[in-house]
Design a binder for this molecule. Sequence first.
Ligand code: ATP
Ligand code: MG
Length: 631
Amino acid sequence: MVAYADFHRRSIEDRDAFWSEQAKLVEWETQPQQICDYSNPPFAKWFVGGKTNLCHNAVDRHLKDRADQAALIFVSTETNQEHTYSFRDLHAEVQRMAAILKDLGVTKGDRVLIYMPMIAEAAFAMLACARLGAIHSVVFGGFASHSLATRIEDASPKVIISADAGSRGGKGVPYKPLLDEAIKLSAHKPANVIMVDRKLAAFTPVAGRDVDYATERAKHMDTVVPCEWVESTHPSYTLYTSGTTGKPKGVQRDTGGYTVALASSIPHIYQGKPGGTFFCTSDIGWVVGHSYIIYGPLIGGMATIMYEGLPIRPDGGIWWSLVEKYKVNVMFSAPTAIRVLKKQDPALLTKYDLSSLQALFLAGEPLDEPTAKWISEGLNGKAIIDNYWQTETGWPILTICNGVEKAPSKFGSPGKAVYGYNVKLVDDQTGEELTGANQKGVLTIEGPLPPGNLQTIWGDDKRFVSTYWNTVPNKLVYSTFDWAVRDEDGYFFILGRTDDVINVAGHRLGTREIEESISSHPNIAEVAVVGVADQLKGQVAMAFAIAKDTSGLTDDAARKVLEAEVMKVVDSQLGAVARPSRVIFVTSLPKTRSGKLLRRAIQAVCEKRDPGDLTTIDDPTALQQIKDQIV
Ligand code: ATP
Ligand code: MG
């Protein structure tokens, strides 16, 4: 084994040699002529001159060694379906979907928008686009008409692929009316819509526009559609950031760099092996779903589980039963999902044979210590590995690369900089690099961004530069907009987003730090802190907390007692200046479907403003509770 520090150093200092080795994990039709062209910073071009195809690397290349091995395992506890597609089956299905798209005139560079639930056809759709060199844009099925319309307008797709309905908790959630409404709202109109009819919600097709997937598929059972070899820099897809903050941005990814990054991450980060099974519980609407439900595992020759359903239905053991049944080696989820499981019987964690499982990776939000401990103990000490990354990067920025060199995890830290990432902490006011231990700064990445990261914002190079590269004074560096510190061992700790900083009487405080302090009170399960405008102090912190044991909180007096205790904790840990003006007890917090706290919406409600677009909110009553208590 190589020492990780050397591996990382080489990826930065001997960049081209390092990545030309990683590029060997991918099959190229034409070998790259130049590894990295960074002559026009901050725009990086990876594997210039190379020609490849994402679908070829995910599917076709495996036919010679593992045609009959499982590739896509579709499990729906919503419709009680379960079906395993081998690489051979997947190859056939992808060609059928590609043939339908081709019939509708889709060629290289055309956009195809995918608005689908977690069904196998969604995977066929993504892979079929990649096969043709068409650029897919998957929009999360939980988005409603308005959000969908802005994405249709921005991506201007020739074709949209959708379905009659998704399903949640056993109830059909119609997609078609939302899609029709979105197309009406959008100035851009797609020429055609391919409808997968699951028979969950009746609909009337739009004549001349909508085509039925099953009918078209039947015409193409044996149609051969070869992979279109595209330049390494050809865009493979766009994906809009989840929009926790501000207007969504169309993150544009290349083909060659992305394929290499994922191919390399499977052994080095996830320790996945060809023939193994990967189970990522995310959704294809998110970046984690793109990279680790669809492309990453398949490129690595692994079977991937695509799961439609809740983590607690029929009961909280469903995921672990799948680990046993399909001998899952690598599992990937989010802290929010683990918090949901935490409310279930812990015995469900040990009911199944989990001996195949090597590690559980968690990403998307800070992994708090109690949650990490609970799941680690519940799974009998299996490795729990935090991953820190962004839609923009496509694969982890910070984690522990156990596939390079085994290293311990530290609670509360996602780990060290991943190879390829030249991570620097900088002072947000001066741009000066902070090299000392435990100095707090903005987490930035020095260009060129490694393979797999965004090339630009779709159709808006200027916005790419101004949004990400021009925010640190005196320096052209990529800003993650997250605060972090690094300890003496090189482990990073994420302290929250730079826009979650509040300013109390001239003191700048991270809401995340206040949240962590409050969470250390033994009776606090979860908390959100936001800054609220205040005439006197500029801003004050307000906390919304969920108590673990609510039995004593029956009246205002009891709540006041706990509130005072919480304030005392903050006083003693961070100082009185960080003390929230109020601690309000609620039973749930407003979050997106991907588990991110909607701090902006909470803040808006506290300041009696319009909370904005709430189509991704998981539980609207959570925001209502806050509204009701703000007087
Ligand atoms: P938008 O950029 O539109 O506001 P978003 O940032 O919520 O949306 P994502 O790209 O999905 O969309 O989220 C990335 C962010 O999530 C990171 O910048 C960080 O703030 C947070 N995050 C992700 N993983 C972790 C982690 N392991 N620990 C702490 N924070 C994390
Ligand atoms: Mg972001």
